[in-house]
Design a protein around this ligand. Structure first.
Ligand code: SF4
Length: 347
């Protein structure tokens, strides 16, 4: 079964697989690593421009390690899941300090680095190291769960164990780099949410397809309503048209990114920071959804008559001109409000 499954997947890849993605050119462990981290929760088409900008500005492990966190987060702004960027940065520094600037090309060595899990490590080993590495990303899980009719939600330990075992059994010993790309491509372009079974090289042995039960696989996560939290964000504008941003603590939600001050009482915040309010405008609330909860945001535009911007002198505070923002990392609500304020769509 193993050879036949992987042979058919490889035969399909030779004809239909993607071979012109940016990280498939000038292959290096660094480029594969960056692409795999970006692809963890984001689709290929979204990742491509981010990847190209990121490696153009930070082309090596050494360049990434030497960059400051604001620069790294700036090049990640818009991709979301910013812990990925912070872990990438920490790992680069560890690689330079402890591994002579070379990614350790063993499963244990890679797993010891922040942000690299078993599947990402397998992909790096297979694609950049051309050694046998096993992957099980979201696309591969979907293919295997359907082909072998693995029941249950993928987040359950027993289901994950069964899929890892199948991933190991189906991974060949030859052409492992191509196979790794091939099985990911198969999931991304054929075995999608609405599978195109007529175009699939493993259709004849696929249990879900044969029993017309593809919609049942992978099993769904038991439903749970996301809680809703609320916050008020202050868009404090000084007479020069600059707005006040505060840097979030280095860990936790939006760690290290720059965002608007949040508080219940804008009058107290304004007074505490030596500012004088001349006007406040309530903007339309909007929702930002995280994996585990929704955040309902009420933006308040507050104009202050305080020309001396140094009245807010904390190191983690800065005044920013929204029309020409500096190259630092912003939270999604900041980019959204910057865009909206100048097209007035929130007003
Ligand atoms: S036959 Fe259909 S369901 Fe089965 S692996 Fe191929 S695309 Fe997915």
């Amino acid at each position: 079964m193993n050879d036949r499954f992987s042979d058919r997947v490889l035969g399909w890849f030779d004809v239909h697989g993607r071979k012109d993605l940016p990280w498939q050119q000038d292959i290096s462990a660094y480029r594969v690593w960056v692409s795999e981290i970006m692809l963890q929760q984001t689709q290929v088409t979204t990742v491509i421009p981010f990847f190209e900008r990121f490696v153009a500005r930070l082309p090596t492990v050494q360049a990434l390690a030497a960059a400051d966190e604001d620069t790294v987060l700036h090049y990640w702004t818009g991709l979301g899941y910013y812990a990925r960027a912070r872990n990438l940065h920490r790992s680069a520094r560890e690689i330079v300090t402890n591994h002579g600037g070379q990614l350790p090309m063993t499963l244990d060595g890679l797993l010891a680095l922040p942000g690299i899990g078993r599947s990402t490590a397998g992909a790096i080993i297979a694609i950049a190291g051309d050694q046998r590495g096993v992957i099980l990303d979201g696309n591969v899980k979907r293919v295997l769960a359907r082909h072998f009719a693995v029941e249950g939600w993928l987040g359950e330990r027993t289901v994950a164990d069964a899929l890892w075992q199948l991933a190991d059994q189906t991974t060949p010993h030859q052409r492992v780099a191509d196979y790794t790309q091939a099985i990911m491509d198969l999931g991304a372009t054929v075995c999608m949410r609405q599978p195109q079974c007529g175009d699939c090289p493993v259709q004849q042995t696929c249990l879900a397809c044969r029993t017309q039960t593809t919609a049942q696989y992978p099993g769904r996560k038991p439903r749970k309503e996301k809680p809703v939290k609320t916050t008020r964000m202050l868009i404090i504008e000084n007479p020069e048209g600059e707005v006040l941003l505060l840097q979030r603590p280095p860990t936790g939600l939006w760690g290290g990114l720059w965002s608007f001050p949040e508080c219940d009482d804008q009058n107290a915040f304004i007074a505490d920071h030596g500012l004088t309010m001349v006007e406040e405008i309530a903007l339309r609330p909007f929702r930002h959804s995280f994996t585990h909860y929704h955040l309902d945001i009420t933006p308040m535009q507050v104009r202050v008559d305080t020309p001396n911007a140094s009245t807010v002198a904390e190191a983690s505070a800065r005044w920013v001109l929204p029309q020409s923002p500096p190259p630092i990392g912003f939270t999604r609500p900041v980019t959204r409000i910057f865009e909206a304020l100048y097209s007035n769509s929130l007003l």
